[in-house]
Design a protein around this ligand. Structure first.
Ligand SMILES: [Zn+2]
Length: 112
């Protein structure tokens, strides 16, 4: 399977990770990618909150290693979030774009 596609854990169809139409979702014990259109409104809301929580933790961790940026603390940060080589290997996923897409999907449902 190409790296930029996955199987939706709700409908079982393929989804493209490069399009901002899918999101990582925790469903019971399993976590996987789903089409935003397959997720319930509550699940979309949970996704937004989860992204916000993770982003907050990321920036808090970043603040913890600054302003000294000691070698040891940078190494620990990289262990948690990945080194440049590991991170740059993924398809770029800007959480702001995903949040905008999720909010757009929520608004679309509200207007129906
Ligand atoms: Zn689906």
């Amino acid at each position: 399977m190409p790296r930029n596609s996955a199987t939706c854990i709700i409908c079982g169809n393929e989804l493209s990770l490069s399009e901002m139409k899918s999101v990582l979702l925790k469903k019971g014990d399993c976590t996987g990618f789903v089409h935003m259109t397959c997720a319930t409104t509550d699940e979309l809301k949970e996704c937004i909150i989860e992204i916000a929580r993770q982003e907050k933790e990321y920036y808090e961790d970043l603040m913890k290693i600054s302003p000294e940026f000691k070698e040891e603390s940078i190494r620990q940060f990289e262990e948690k979030y990945g080194t440049f080589n590991e991170v740059s290997d993924y398809a770029p996923s800007d959480s702001e774009i995903i949040i905008a897409a999720l909010l757009h999907e929520l608004q679309k449902r509200r207007n129906h």
